[in-house]
Design a protein around this ligand. Structure first.
Ligand SMILES: [Zn+2]
Ligand SMILES: [Zn+2]
Length: 572
């Protein structure tokens, strides 16, 4: 049993106990232990033997005994007893967003429902809506939640899929006979949601024995050969991987095809035909002879196209642009000079200003914008106006001790229900820049929400519109609003619009980034990080920026410190 399985087992126990109505401390103990196991840096068995695991925060004697039992026997009696007592469908229901334990128990007790399928039926035929304190709106929300759950089973957030992909690629790269492994597919194209992984493996000797070795990689559950060179692997963790073997001389061709997307490949194929080339399984041919294709560059060159970065291969206008030599020079990591949107212990973050400053300096940024929540955000420990002087003194101190970095005094203020911004204008003026975001009243009509944000954009203290649509991937839709009108107003008023790089948000969506670009909107890349580990969010935002076709010139925090401050100041 590995760490993931052990953590999952502890989470399951916590869920059953919660449904049983056990006291919250007991439930929390299992949840904490699950987290501690999942993040335990060493090997689980080794940690048990040496006693190191027992020392980890979050693991107590009771939970330790269960981990030991599970590691030894692969089972936990506590969990088996709970399973015998409580229908598993109820535990599954806990994964439906908006459906808590109290409601699940009420549904179970009054309608005798214990599967998601029955729950869905009851939501559709009105039984659910008739329950006390439910109503049609709640039933509607539960249906939506079921739909999300199904999607979440099918899709994975980008960063989870990427981590899984890296792990797998590293494991494969260690096998003898393998020269290199590249991630392809939608992951390489930096889609925000990933269904399965695609890997291209370069080897000098594709053959049966290599296939056997691939099948023996740890965690492989099922291994299906579709051809001698293409396999589908299903892992015990439910990850599905399409794997392609390629000799070095054809690697670019295989990588291109495994990367997709189908519409992009179709356009390439049409172009090949127009140029009198043949496109077959082995590559491009002229007069029957195979053209070189060891790299993707070879293939694009043979088609008389500029190289198309994977992020742009979505079958929109990228092939035409590559033919006309007008593909954008996409923004790169090194172009980003300022790290923006982070929360500290002054609101709901867990890193201090000093820790943030050190991390940003180490990462090579020229400036960092600290942006805690404003006072109206009571749910996130928002900063009351009387704490601002303390925070600013601390920022001044960080500037003294971190000479090569400028720490900026920013803030993430709430856009209030009527479109005004939190704090009074004089207070907002004390900050170097202001991100303004919607954090509540999501149920407003499209007209109300649009007016609310349009009004906020008129405020001269506002610098950046934060997470503009409020979506949470796989759990919450964007709020209804007229986004093009909002983007047009932002462009007109000189307010930047954020690509929020939090892995669950990635908001603005890359498709709308392209619209924003056409409207002349300045884009800001914001990490929305709540501790210094979240610094790596920036890379997720970068992927979306590239996918949206942005160059460094479009992005606010690619500007110098002076350029950034001038942008914030010129509206005031
Ligand atoms: Zn926010
Ligand atoms: Zn935030």
């Amino acid at each position: 049993m590995d760490k993931r399985d052990a953590a999952h087992l502890l989470e399951q126990i916590a869920a059953y106990l919660e449904l049983k109505g056990e006291n919250t401390f007991r439930v929390r103990a299992y949840q904490n232990a699950a987290r501690a196991v999942a993040h335990y840096p060493g090997d689980l068995l080794e940690g048990l033997v040496t006693g190191d695991l027992a020392q980890s925060r979050g693991i107590g004697p009771g939970t330790l005994a269960i981990i030991e039992e599970a590691a030894r026997t692969g089972r936990a009696r506590v969990l088996e007893d709970l399973r015998a007592e409580i229908p598993s469908g109820l535990v599954e229901m806990m994964r439906i967003s908006g459906l808590g334990v109290t409601k699940i128990r009420q549904i179970h007790d009054s309608l005798a429902i214990d599967t998601i399928a029955d729950l869905e039926a009851a939501a559709r035929d009105g039984r659910l809506a008739r329950l006390p304190r439910f109503g049609p709106r709640t039933a509607e929300k539960i249906l939506k939640g079921i739909e999300y759950l199904r999607r979440a089973e099918e899709f994975h957030l980008f960063h989870h899929a990427r981590d899984e992909g890296y792990r797998l690629a590293a494991a494969l790269a260690d096998l003898p006979g393998i020269n290199r492994v590249e991630l392809a597919g939608s992951l390489r194209r930096r889609r925000e949601l990933i269904r399965d992984l695609d890997l291209v493996v370069e080897t000098d000797h594709p053959g049966a024995d290599l296939a056997d070795r691939l099948g023996s990689v740890v965690g492989v559950d099922d291994f299906v050969g579709k051809s001698p060179e293409a396999f589908t692997i299903r892992f015990a963790s439910d990850t599905v991987v399409d794997l392609y073997l390629s000799p070095p001389e054809r690697f670019g061709w295989e990588l291109l095809r495994a990367t997709g997307n189908p519409a992009h490949l179709e356009q390439l194929r049409a172009r090949a035909k127009a140029l009198g080339l043949t496109w077959d399984a082995d590559g491009l041919r002229r007069d029957g002879a195979l053209l070189p294709c060891s790299s993707e560059n070879d293939v694009y060159a043979a088609l008389d196209l500029d190289y198309v970065p994977p992020e742009l291969r979505e079958g929109t206008d990228e092939v035409a642009a590559a033919a006309d030599r007008r593909l954008p020079h996409l923004i790169e990591a090194g172009d980003i000079r300022g790290f923006l949107h982070c929360h500290t212990t002054y609101s709901d973050g867990t890193s201090t200003i000093e820790e943030w400053a050190c991390a940003a300096a180490d990462a090579g940024y020229e400036y960092i914008g600290i942006t805690d929540h404003s006072g109206a955000a009571t749910y996130a420990g928002g900063l009351y106006a009387d704490s601002i002087p303390d925070q600013h003194r601390e920022i001044d101190e960080a500037n003294r001790t971190t000479p090569h970095l400028r720490v900026l005094k920013g803030v993430e203020v709430d856009i209030l229900e009527d479109g005004s911004l939190d704090y009074d204008p004089v207070t907002r003026e004390q900050f170097d820049f202001v991100i303004a975001s919607v954090h509540n009243r999501f149920a407003q009509s499209s007209g109300e929400m649009t007016d609310r944000i349009l009004r906020a954009l008129d405020d001269p203290t506002m610098t950046i519109l934060g997470h503009p649509t409020g979506r949470l991937l796989l759990s919450r839709d964007p709020y209804p609003m007229d986004l093009p009108a909002i983007l047009a107003r932002a462009a007109d008023r000189g307010v930047a619009v954020e690509i929020n790089a939090h892995p669950q948000r990635l908001d603005l969506d890359w498709r709308m980034v392209r619209t924003a670009l056409e409207l002349g909107v300045t884009i800001s890349l914001g990490a929305d990080a709540h501790n210094t580990q979240g610094m790596s969010n920036m890379d997720l935002g970068l992927g979306i920026a590239r996918k949206g076709g942005l160059t460094a010139a479009h992005v606010l925090n690619c500007r110098s410190l002076d350029g950034f401050l001038a942008f914030a100041r010129c509206r005031r």
